[in-house]
Design a protein around this ligand. Structure first.
Ligand code: GLP
Length: 262
């Protein structure tokens, strides 16, 4: 696993956006480039750069198919905290992606299990995901795969922990009871089946998750740690997220990936 340490949030986003834009532009096959995407505050700087690059003609999303990581159960698309709404407001409505190329789990589906099974089938029908961009929760969850979710898990229904509902209540008037208790989420295995996984980790509140992932070994308490078993996994982080790393770990990654530093 690579750990690319950038000085601050903006440079982390710039590096990640450039990396993904390069991957899209160097994809010469006729089949679409399949991109997994997250919500949350972490990817916002990347999405802003996608929009700028798209408007400047430096990248096109016409041959990109997207699969979002997760969605709350019970929120209609037009709810301003649904992930469907978030993605359209912050990315899709500003770029040239065809609407039929956008895939987001439907948390209002009549049969949620069928919705999840069909999502996996649809990903497989494209030949899998080329690059999955993600963030991580304070407790090290990826997508909505809370601690103790199987590291082989597939897309399914997830119960959210009290901790996650408290963290996410900042978007629901600071009232954790207003945060849906369930979500649909791709599995840890769905993410790690992607050819490339690129996670963004920024800020003090993610420092423990980064430490557990990089230094703690693979374990089900920190589902992000599954990345260690992936052949092409990258974490792009900022300096503040490195606050809990051992000095030697920090120096090691700073040294071996210094050519990547912006
Ligand atoms: C939610 C999402 C995750 C995301 C996490 C972190 O829990 N389900 O996919 O990574 O939030 O969000 P943020 O980037 O706002 O810290």
């Amino acid at each position: 696993m690579k750990l690319i340490i950038q000085k601050n949030y903006d440079l982390m986003c710039e590096w990640a956006a450039n990396h993904i834009i390069d991957a899209i532009n160097s994809h010469k096959e006729k089949r679409p480039f399949v991109l997994g995407l997250p919500t949350g505050s972490s990817p916002l700087g990347v999405y802003k750069r996608f929009i700028i690059a798209n408007k400047a003609g430096k990248v096109s999303f016409k041959n990109v198919v997207t699969f979002n990581m997760d969605e709350y159960v019970g929120l209609p698309r037009k709810h301003d905290q649904s992930y469907w709404y978030f993605m359209h407001e912050n990315l899709f409505k500003h770029i040239d992606i065809p609407a039929e190329n956008i895939n987001i789990l439907d948390g209002m589906a009549a049969d949620l299990e069928e919705e999840c099974a069909n999502y996996e089938k649809k990903i497989a029908s494209y030949g899998g995901i080329d690059l999955f961009l993600g963030g991580c929760g304070v407790d090290g969850h990826i997508a909505f795969n809370e601690p103790f979710t199987s590291l082989n898990s597939r897309t399914g229904i997830r119960d959210l922990t009290e901790d996650t509902r408290i963290v996410n209540s900042r978007f629901f008037g600071n009232d954790p009871t207003k945060v849906p208790a369930k979500a649909l989420s791709v599995g840890v295995g769905t993410v790690t089946d992607s050819k490339v996984v690129l996670l963004l980790i920024s800020g003090h509140n993610k420092a423990r998750a980064l430490k557990e992932c990089v230094e703690g070994g693979v374990n089900q308490m920190w589902t992000i740690s599954a990345l260690n078993l992936h052949n092409d996994a990258i974490i792009a982080c900022d300096e503040t997220a490195c606050g809990e790393l051992q000095v030697n770990t920090y120096k090691y990654f700073r040294d071996i990936f210094k050519s990547e530093r912006l």
